[in-house]
Design a protein around this ligand. Sequence first.
Ligand code: 5AD
Ligand code: SF4
Length: 446
Amino acid sequence: MKKVFVQTFGCQMNVYDTGKIHALLGKDGFESTDSMNDADVIIVNTCSIREKPELKLHSFLGDALKIKRTEDRPVTVAVAGCVAQQEGQKLLNRYRELDLVFGPDAVPRVRELVDAARSDVPRATKQVLDTEFLDLETYAFASELDPGSTGQVGAFVTIQKGCDNKCTFCIVPTTRGPEVSRSSDQILEEVKGLADTGVREITLIGQNVNSYGLKVAGERTFAQLLYAVSDVPGVERIRYTTSHPRDMGPDVIQAYRDLPKLTSHLHLPVQSGSDRVLRRMKRFYNREHYLSLVDQLRDARPDMVLSTDFILGFPGETDEDFEQTMSLLDEVAFESSFSFKYSQRPGTSALRLLKDEVAPDVAQARLVRLQQRQREISIAAHESLSGQTMDVLVEGPSRYDEGVVCGRTSTFKMINFPGTLDLVGKTVPVSVIRGFTNSLRGEWVH
Ligand code: 5AD
Ligand code: SF4
């Protein structure tokens, strides 16, 4: 049996695409392997959101191509994902032994592509490239293909691809193309299929989910989609990511009052607390608007937990701008956040602002200070949960301890507690004993 190894870097979109690659190649008789050394086909699914994840590709390719060069059997090496889309032919020129480069929109064609790139002769290379974007019609057809995540407790379902925004720091519109929404009927079919296989938690994914469906006449809006998913029998929890604060409308806020299955956690990337910086990022909202959204969400759902993304050291960010970000962190009291130093990305319009570049040591110091404060807020929030009992959807064994299982609360807290594997997929009450920075420890109440 032929074996395929896929290494995934990056966001939930890539995790989803990797699932699809496994499912599609499985139809051609490929078995998935965890060991790159045994693989006949090695695929690296890449991320280019910042420079650091992009660099990972190059060290990975060094290892993969070494296997191709030294083994006596034919090994096919492919680069997929955002760096593939962005660099295309340049990658094939730089790595002459590389067999295949294909972008995110070519994932549905992966079987033909691997077939075209494979050779019966060890070390031979043909070099195949596919970086075409899908349009609406072909996307609808392509997304009918089965997802790769049946039979688990939680599953991702893509509702949209690409992004029409032009946040000045962001490369996603270049690598993932314009926003295209998938048909809601098809999404609901997929959700039903997943629920039938035992999936209990659905996470709807897209780059900007709140603008879902708006470009298609007669399509459900994102809020309507939430109500429809909530009606699917078997679905117990609904999450979604990623939201843009500008597009978070009153109808979605209302859904938090109406839909108990919609979980009490929202990831709402703010990027900066300074209006001046938000303008330069072309985010099209200000601090006041963001804070008003937070109030409305907490009003609709009193136990709502918020997390966010921050970029530090965006070109032109002054000490005062940074203090605005620090004060926003305190004012909202985000329970967790991802924070990044600004990273220059090819072709993005923020490059024009680079005359105001923030010195790397200043950006680093701001990152450290923000992360330190975030840790304090997270620990305090988690410690204050001690003694509370929360419903936990059990996901599987704990990574560290035997006889311990882990799951998540509706507020997306990871909690570990002593329990057996027959609890997996069930929702059980767990009392919190201790809070840490990123997780909780608890005890099953029964
Ligand atoms: N530099 C730093 N962080 C970035 N992000 C996106 N582009 C960049 C960049 N050029 C961050 C944003 C986004 C998250 C997914 O990655 O905070 O919300
Ligand atoms: Fe990038 Fe902005 Fe689109 Fe998010 S909304 S993917 S940050 S351009």
